[in-house]
Ligand binder design. Structure first.
Ligand code: FES
Length: 199
């Protein structure tokens, strides 16, 4: 067995096959030129990011299968990477995913209070998505920006040295944003309290 069955839980209702949009496929093909022939698997992570952004922010089984077919690799090779990294979502998520680091350095600088505040403000618990589909809140492990503690990641951007006020500002900014926040976003101008994620 090397392929998951598509079910309603993992594949946009279980009936919708995933196909890359034209621009996403062009971006994938350009990326693959950097990893020719037997090295195609090295493009897996960036192509998973593109597929995720192209599938409303999450990786369904058909989306992962399409990545495997595109790269000419085994389905299991895609599943094992997609299930390892927290930046890949295996179920639908909100338009903006707030990943708040809760590891010791951030915890000592108040991440627990931030998580509690966001939970109250959004009316959800960590791990949940708001009913309007705008926000998913997650408590995650160290994101490698301990010097900016406490911090959270939203898409490609790190928001560091957070306070309750900064978190409130960020939530309001995101509420007014029409497009989904993706890990593939290109950030030309860092926000006042944000830096580009290295992951
Ligand atoms: S402990 Fe939070 S980024 Fe490292």
């Amino acid at each position: 067995m090397d392929r998951h069955d598509a079910t309603p839980d993992n594949s946009n209702g279980g009936i919708t096959p995933f196909t890359f949009s034209g621009p996403a496929l062009a971006e994938c093909r350009e990326l693959m030129t950097h990893y020719p022939g037997e090295f195609s698997k090295s493009a897996l992570i960036p192509i998973l990011h593109i597929a995720q952004a192209d599938n409303d922010g999450w990786l369904s089984v058909p989306a992962m299968d399409a990545v495997a077919n595109l790269l000419g690799i085994q389905y299991i090779e895609v599943y094992e990477v997609a299930t390892f990294y927290s930046m890949f979502h295996l179920e639908p998520v909100g338009k903006h995913v707030l990943d708040v680091c809760e590891t010791a350095p951030c915890m000592l600088r108040g991440s627990d209070d931030l998580i509690e505040h966001i939970e109250k403000r959004l009316g959800i618990k960590a791990g949940q998505t708001t009913p309007d589909g705008m926000f998913t809140l997650r408590a995650v492990q160290c994101l490698g920006s301990c010097g900016g503690a406490p911090m959270l990641q939203c898409g490609a951007k790190y928001h560091e040295h957070l306070t309750i006020e900064k978190v409130d500002q960020l939530i309001e900014q995101l509420r007014g944003k029409e497009t989904r926040t993706n890990y593939t976003d290109h950030i030309d101008t860092p926000a006042e309290n944000g830096t580009t994620a290295s992951a």
